[in-house]
Write a protein that binds this ligand. Structure first.
Ligand SMILES: [Zn+2]
Length: 350
């Protein structure tokens, strides 16, 4: 299914298959992988599969592993790793596999990419086996790209499989989701995740990285590679100072937009969600220490405005993948957070 014109147009770099396939062997992905292997061996593998997980939860890695297994024609569960199909796949050259992703420098999967994929999936298999496409992340498609894929799902060609990986099930149109088997990819327990991460390199603060990644080990690995261990302390300090003075908010917003904006948005969301959850449990013993800005009279109003702010952070995280001015977004959020924290401190002092 190689299409030199399309590759030129989208400037797609050759995908590095091996590191992601290695991750796909992580223990917490074994159960969903085995379920789908069973379906495959009973000729019940779905033509459309929607893998849903947390950001960095392993849905893309699992999707890649399933694609490799569908393309290997040696009998037995899993893949053999030695046949011509497996070798082509590992080299990133299997002609019956398409990996639809956001091209370098782009923020969306282009409609042209989705249309080309539909065309390729309707043609005969190059190697006489299955044809498989992985769309990752599926939420990077817009409504027109999704529409282009509908035909593939409505009239699937024989032995043709479309695997969509997403951390944003709410952004997958119902017309698409309803034609797919939906499978939630679980996150491991904290202890298991830390043990697995320790095996990847003992010299890192995995506990901090895992917390920063909301418990998703692959995201923690990506954060480690990007050297983001310090983000938690940095964000806490920034918020503490944001409440004091709004003077350097613009500079702060610029530096956040330039460096790890997605990690910072995820941090803001989980910080606010955690604080509000603790406030909701309303144990003063805990909250007097943790949430001075949520104490005292007017607490319920504060909590309500906190939830509104959380909605805005979530919306910002949704929009951040699109064509959005990140600096303005962070300025706006920082002003709101600063106002929120300052108001809380005043209330607590009253
Ligand atoms: Zn094989």
């Amino acid at each position: 299914m190689a299409d030199p014109e399309l590759d030129q147009e989208t400037d797609a770099p050759p995908p590095a298959v091996a590191p992601l396939l290695a991750r796909a062997n992580a223990p917490w992905l074994a159960a969903p992988a085995e379920l789908l292997q069973r379906m495959h061996s009973q000729a019940r593998f779905p033509h459309g599969l929607l893998l849903i997980g947390a950001p960095g939860g392993g849905q893309a890695e699992l999707g890649l592993r399933l694609a490799a297994e569908l393309l290997c024609r040696v009998a037995g569960p899993g893949r053999c790793g030695r046949c011509a199909d497996c070798l082509l796949f590992d080299a990133g050259n299997h002609p019956d596999f398409r990996w639809l992703r956001v091209a370098a420098g782009k923020k969306e999967i282009a409609i042209a990419q989705a249309r080309a994929l539909t065309g390729q999936l309707s043609m005969r298999s190059y190697r006489g086996g299955a044809k498989v496409a992985l769309v990752d992340p599926a939420e990077a498609m817009n409504v027109h790209s999704f529409n282009a894929l509908l035909k593939t799902l409505e009239e699937p060609a024989e032995d043709t499989y479309l695997v969509l990986a997403t951390s944003r099930a709410d952004r997958i149109p119902r017309t698409i989701a309803s034609r797919c088997m939906r499978l939630r990819v679980p996150l491991p327990e904290r202890g298991a995740a830390q043990a697995w991460l320790a095996g990847m390199g003992p010299q890192r603060d995995w506990e901090a990285l895992l917390a920063l990644a909301n418990g998703a080990p692959f995201l923690a690995l990506d954060y480690a590679e990007a050297g983001l261990e310090g983000i938690d302390a940095e964000m806490r300090e920034a918020l503490a100072r944001a409440a004091d003075s709004a003077a350097d908010l613009v500079a702060k917003a610029k530096s956040w937009a330039d460096h790890a904006p997605a990690a910072r948005l995820l941090w803001l969301e989980s910080w606010l969600a955690r604080e509000l959850k603790a406030a909701g449990q309303s144990s003063d013993l805990v909250n007097n220490n943790r949430l001075p800005w949520l104490r005292g009279p007017g607490r319920d109003t504060k909590i309500r405005s906190g939830h509104r702010l959380l909605d805005r952070v979530r919306e910002a995280r949704r929009l951040a993948g699109g064509s959005l001015n990140l600096q303005l977004l962070f300025e706006d959020l920082l002003v709101s957070v600063a106002a929120f924290l300052a108001e809380g401190t005043q209330r607590a002092q009253e």
